[in-house]
Each structure stands twice: as structure tokens, then as C-alpha cells.
Design a protein around this ligand. Structure first.
Ligand SMILES: CC(C)(COP(=O)(O)OP(=O)(O)OC[C@H]1O[C@@H](n2cnc3c(N)ncnc32)[C@H](O)[C@@H]1OP(=O)(O)O)[C@@H](O)C(=O)NCCC(=O)NCCS
Length: 167
């Protein structure tokens, strides 16, 4: 049965991000990624955090259960366009036993509110493997449309786009 319990988003700390290092680099999360993407060490991830998260280039939120504030995922926004109207996003629900409980859908509904109302984003998009059926179904359900495919050094990414508002 689906867990319909509420989830909340709140800014992720560096310590929480680093604590997910091994899990994030495990098979269920890597299997839809570019196979030749070099894995970052924990030290490199710390440098990444200092350089890109502190500067605001990447925004990370933890996905927590509202009931007991358990960290069940991470959702992020990055690649902001110069006019700040467009960005890319991504999500991981942790651990894999928590897949399929509705956390991903709920987290995205809340992220959309933040993107629209706090950040003034007009378009957003995701990129994943065309084989990532769970993710493609999730984004389809959220109202994303097919944004085509892009080739990246022998790897094909499926783009899914979302437009806020009617204009
Ligand atoms: C993709 C992912 C974020 C989905 O999050 P989730 O919390 O498991 O998804 P939800 O329970 O909110 O499901 C929402 C919808 O997605 C689809 N979905 C989720 N898991 C699915 C699965 N295993 N197979 C098919 N569809 C699936 C369904 O349409 C579902 O709605 P429904 O159950 O009412 O039909 C999660 O599986 C994950 O972290 N995967 C690994 C990382 C990843 O692929 N991230 C996305 C990269 S852009």
C-alpha cells in the first residue's frame, strides 16, 4: 500500500549530503547514469559542495518524512540559465526500499512550488536514461513533456520538460 504520509523539503546540510556518498554511488542510483562518468570521491564531493553549493549554483533540499523527520531523499536544482528563468533538476529517493511510496511525486510537487513562487522559474527540465522507466513515469505523471534526446559522448539522455503557467 502506498504511504500517503506527508513529506517536507528543507535545505540539506553538507554533512547529510556527504553521509549519502556510498548509497548515492551504489548500483540502483548509477544504473541509469552515464556509464563512463567518473565517480567523485568523498573529498571531491566536499570540494564540490564548497564551490558550487555555497555559491548557490546548485540548490539541494533533503526530502524528509513529516512525521519523524527521516531523510528519505535528496532533490536539487542546478544549471540555472543566465536570465534565471530555466533550470535543471534531479532527485534520488533513499534507500531503494523507499522507492514507490509516493515520496518522489510529493517532493516534486513541493519543489515546483519553490521553483515557481520563490525562484521565479518559468521552465524546468530533467535528463535521464531513456531506460529509466520509473523516472519517466514519475515525470509524465507530473505533466512533463518529451523534450527529445541528446547525445553525450556515446550516451543518450532523454530530456523531459515542464512549463509553469499558461503564457
Ligand atoms: C525515480 C524515483 C525518483 C521515483 O521516486 P519514487 O518515490 O519511487 O516514486 P513515487 O512513489 O512518487 O511514484 C510516482 C510515480 O512514478 C512512477 N513509478 C515510480 N516507481 C516506479 C517503478 N518502479 N516502475 C514504474 N513506475 C514507477 C509511477 O507512475 C508512480 O505513480 P503511481 O504509483 O501512482 O503509478 C526513484 O525511483 C529513484 O530515486 N530512483 C533512482 C534515482 C533516479 O532514477 N532519479 C531520477 C533521475 S532524473
Amino acid at each position: 500500500m502506498k504511504n500517503l504520509g506527508e513529506i517536507v523539503l528543507r535545505k540539506l546540510s553538507k554533512e547529510e549530503y556527504l553521509s549519502l556518498h556510498e548509497l548515492r554511488n551504489s548500483e540502483p542510483y548509477l544504473k541509469y547514469d552515464h556509464p563512463e562518468r567518473p565517480l567523485a570521491s568523498k573529498a571531491e564531493e566536499e570540494t564540490f559542495w564548497e564551490k558550487y553549493v555555497i555559491s548557490g549554483a546548485y540548490l539541494f533540499w533533503g526530502i524528509y518524512t513529516a512525521k519523524d523527520i527521516e531523510l528519505v531523499g535528496v532533490i536539487n536544482a542546478f544549471s540555472f540559465s543566465k536570465d534565471a528563468q530555466t533550470c535543471e533538476t534531479g532527485i534520488n529517493i533513499f534507500p531503494p526500499q523507499n522507492f514507490g511510496k509516493g515520496h518522489g511525486l510529493q517532493a516534486y510537487l513541493q519543489l515546483h512550488e519553490i521553483l515557481l513562487k520563490e525562484l521565479g522559474i518559468k521552465y524546468t527540465y530533467i535528463m535521464t536514461s531513456p531506460e529509466n522507466k520509473p523516472a519517466l513515469k514519475l515525470y509524465g505523471k507530473l505533466g512533463y513533456f518529451d523534450g527529445g534526446q541528446v547525445d553525450d559522448e556515446g550516451f543518450t539522455w532523454q530530456v523531459m520538460k515542464y512549463k509553469f503557467g499558461l503564457d
